[in-house]
Design a protein around this ligand. Structure first.
Ligand code: C2E
Ligand code: MG
Ligand code: MG
Ligand code: MG
Length: 293
């Protein structure tokens, strides 16, 4: 009986694997079609300066809602796009869309737009030129763009691949494009290493902002990351701020930039346009300041 049960479990496991593989295969096909059909959209989430309430930037986040189906999270389809090579065209599409949408926001409000660039995309030949060409096509300066990369992109051993990535980042920075390290604190960047890297911004991972990081005192970690950023002359942006208490804690720690549901969820370009028109590009953060004071 035990043997039969074991065999059953193996069968279940094998068929679960097969189902997973099928889903991924279908996902690749559907994503390729969705991209061609312009079925993807980009939403934007404000980045807020806590001291003034000013929206200094937005982050572009891709969205996929297949017709008649529930949305599929980028957490699911971005890795699939990476593995299948679709990330090249997908990333280029998001970049173009984001720069087009952000053009007026940059001109009117001086806002920049953050675009997530995945590891594989960053390794594609010609990526720096592609980015600079898209900026030029929108007649935008490099300063209008922040390229968000993850620590894993940077923490590769020395070698031609690492050197190529560093050359891409250097070239972009020469043109005024800023580089942000996304989900900071979850990877393995050492202090010494970080000092040598061509980066401008640290985006503090939600685990530290929300105090859900495992081990140690999360507030102490948060403070340490903010101080690390300051000592390296980098800006720090807190991700996933959901409550006024979190916002005022950040303010007390001198982390003055934040994004999260507390201010706004990622919203469609036209919704953001309405929000900007209504608020003049500024949230009321006086209550946060009052709590912090
Ligand atoms: P990310 O770059 O770290 O983006 C921030 C994520 O946090 C977004 O999830 C955003 O919706 C979510 N978020 C914002 N505020 C809050 C909050 O207050 N609470 C919580 N719980 N979450 C919040 P989203 O849109 O699902 O994207 C997930 C990840 O997918 C992104 O993480 C990024 O790594 C990737 N991604 C999204 N769009 C693109 C893209 O165009 N290209 C690439 N390569 N990756 C993308
Ligand atoms: Mg990001
Ligand atoms: Mg992040
Ligand atoms: Mg992320």
């Amino acid at each position: 009986a035990a043997k039969a049960a074991g065999k059953n479990r193996v069968q279940e496991y094998t068929s679960a694997l097969a189902a997973d593989r099928d889903r991924r295969t279908r996902l690749i096909t559907d994503l390729r079609r969705a991209l061609a059909a312009e079925e993807l959209t980009v939403h934007y989430q404000p980045v807020v300066e806590l001291t003034t309430g000013r929206i200094t930037a937005v982050e572009a986040l891709v969205r996929w809602v297949p017709p008649g189906q529930p949305p599929i999270s980028p957490v699911e389809f971005i890795p699939v796009a990476e593995e299948s090579g679709l990330i090249g065209p997908l990333g280029a599409w998001v970049l173009r869309r984001a720069l087009r949408d952000a053009r007026m926001w940059h001109q009117r409000y001086g806002m920049s737009v953050g675009v997530n660039v995945s590891a594989r995309q960053l390794r594609e030949p010609g990526i720096a030129q592609l980015i600079l060409d898209e900026l030029a096509a929108q007649r935008l300066p490099g300063a209008a763009l922040v390229v968000e990369i993850t620590e894993s992109v940077l923490v590769v051993n020395d070698g031609p691949e690492a050197a190529a990535v560093l050359a891409v980042l250097d070239r972009l920075r020469e043109h005024g494009v800023r580089i942000a390290v996304d989900d900071f604190g979850t990877g393995y960047s050492s202090l010494a290493y970080l000092r040598t890297l061509p980066v401008d911004v640290l985006k503090i991972d939600r685990a530290f902002v929300q105090g859900s990081a495992r081990g140690g005192d999360p507030a102490a970690f948060l403070r340490a990351i903010v101080q690390l950023g300051r000592s390296l002359g980098l800006r720090t942006v807190a991700e996933a701020v959901e409550t006024p208490a979190q916002a005022s804690r950040l303010l007390q720690m001198h982390c003055t930039l934040a994004q999260g549901y507390f201010f706004s969820r990622p919203i469609a370009a036209d919704e953001l346009g309405t929000l900007l028109a209504k608020t003049g590009g500024r949230f009321d953060t006086t209550t946060i300041g009052a709590i912090a004071a």
